[in-house]
Design a protein around this ligand. Structure first.
Ligand code: ZN
Length: 500
């Protein structure tokens, strides 16, 4: 297990594996210094210092000129300033320097005056800034973003309060090696934005989706260069602070599906965003007046959509929001765009099925997995029928379904035990059996994001830990190879029923 602790005060947002499963991207909120903003903020001191330096340099130059007196119109040696009037031969008679291009003497005022120019110019600029009452912080400080979290960390350690005070809340996406846990680089930094959206990787593995700081927009960041490739404008009339989430991709048609939830107007929209043209179209709009009271306190609790891969026409799993069935008895449903709505069957098992967390959908789109207080149940995504269930091992309480690998062999569920400790319990779906567990660090108070690598070699979790000195963010990476794999050591209950 690798355990990566982020600087104190950092908040874990979300994490996503790269398409090849070799690296992990972590979205973190912490503090950084914008070096350009510091330069702008301390302009009176900095520019004053520059003025002083220029003044010293110019004074020295002028002193040197005054000391090197020359006769007007006469040639002088370039090296030793000796007057060469009437001198014969190719070299200075004083120092022996070649006199091909001697200096012709000019009046002293013409020699001194140009050396005053830099002092006058920079002094005038400085004086003008003062006269215009230029503030220390203004829009100029946002012209450039030269973020440095290390500078902030260093100034905090060094006790430089004047520099630490310039720290700003930022969002960073950091890339880690999944095998060694090593930090590789910071992919992207921006000013803090409050959207709870989780980052996502595009199916071609080249882009990373993140909500932008400005105007409720989403962006695709180029993973190779860290630059913004495309941005998605929010739908018309959507106020800032709406909840957004990637609902899936259709790589063939270059579509990214996004859910935009508006807790104020009580609607949730499903949008298809064409990443070639940047245009988006509305696929479905659901109002949720039944959830109004809840949505106002928890705007994230709006209906969500999850694309069912390879379905044609486009199919989505629509859930009324987290914790929905506990509070409202609403059921998840399969929604076909331009077609019908198929509520997931619960006739027989309804009493067990209080969904927890987000659903997991098989890569091929055939199955939908929902975690419940009972365990994990699988539905046929075509018919909406309940297919099978895997009860959770004794002593564990389901928090949410956490991950499914690409080959649909491993299923990971985040659980807690009555002692308050969090775990990942892992099922081998091929054998229909739980095969082991990983323990999350004791100090963790929540697990913000977790997923299994696409190549199923590792399992990553991003969480918040509580220590006496405050809360912080932590990333843990488990090696899937360290789980028991032989049949003898199967653990926990087997599938107790199949809904044939
Ligand atoms: Zn000379």
């Amino acid at each position: 297990m690798h355990r990566i602790t982020f600087p104190a005060g950092a908040t874990a947002r979300s994490a996503a594996y790269a398409a090849d499963g070799k690296t992990i991207f972590v979205h973190l909120s912490d503090t950084a210094i914008n070096v350009w903003d510091v330069l702008c903020y301390y302009w009176p001191e900095l520019l004053g210092g520059v003025c002083g330096l220029v003044l010293i340099v110019c004074t020295l130059l002028i002193r040197r000129t005054l000391a090197r007196k020359r006769l007007v119109g006469e040639p002088h040696c370039r090296r030793c300033n000796y007057c060469l009037k009437g001198a014969a031969g190719p070299r200075c008679t004083e120092c022996g320097h070649a006199i091909r291009r001697p200096v012709i003497g000019r009046p002293m005022w013409r020699r001194v005056l140009p050396k005053f120019a830099p002092v006058l110019m920079i002094g005038a600029a400085y004086g003008w800034l003062w006269a215009a009452k230029t503030p220390r912080s203004g829009y100029v400080g946002h012209w450039f973003h030269w973020w440095s979290p290390d500078l902030h960390a260093w100034s905090t350690t060094a006790g430089l309060a004047w520099l630490t005070a310039r720290g700003q809340a930022v969002d960073r996406v950091i890339e880690f090696d999944a095998q060694s846990g090593r930090t590789l680089r910071t992919l992207y930094t921006q000013r803090y934005q409050s959207s709870p959206m989780e980052i996502a990787i595009t199916p071609d593995g080249r882009g990373l989706l993140i909500p932008l700081q400005e105007n409720n927009r989403l962006a695709i960041i180029d993973i190779a260069s860290g630059r913004v490739l495309q941005t998605l404008q929010p739908p018309q009339g959507m106020p800032a602070g709406c909840w957004q989430q990637v609902a899936g991709f259709d790589p063939r048609r270059q579509l990214t599906f996004v859910v935009a939830g508006d807790g104020t107007r009580l609607v949730s929209r499903l949008l298809a965003w064409n990443t070639q043209t940047g245009e988006s179209s509305l696929l479905r709009e659901v109002s949720f007046p039944g959830l109004s009271a809840y949505a106002r306190v928890a705007p994230m609790a709006v209906p969500r959509f999850y694309r069912i891969p390879h379905a044609s026409p486009d199919c989505f799993l629509q859930t009324p929001g987290p914790e929905h069935s506990i509070t409202f008895g609403a059921r998840p449903a399969i929604v076909t765009i331009g077609g019908g709505v198929q509520t997931l069957d619960d006739a027989r098992w309804g009493k067990f099925l209080r969904s927890r967390g987000e659903p997991l959908i098989a890569i091929g789109g055939e199955w939908v997995y929902l975690a419940s207080s009972f365990g994990v149940v699988a539905y046929d995504s075509g018919s909406g029928r309940l297919v099978s269930g895997l009860p959770i091992p004794f002593g564990h309480v389901v928090r949410e379904a956490s991950g499914l690998d690409a080959s649909r062999r491993w299923l990971v569920v985040n659980t807690s035990t009555p002692a308050g400790r969090m775990h990942f319990v892992i099922a081998d779906l091929g054998r229909g059996q739980w095969i082991g567990q990983f323990n999350l660090p004791k100090q963790w108070s929540e697990c913000r994001s977790s997923s299994i690598a696409p190549d199923a070699t590792s399992l990553a979790a991003l969480g918040t830990k509580q220590t006496p000195s405050g809360s912080g963010a932590e990333l843990v990476i488990f090696d899937m190879k360290s789980l028991p794999h032989d049949d003898e050591r199967g653990w926990g209950p087997r599938v107790i029923w199949r809904n044939e």
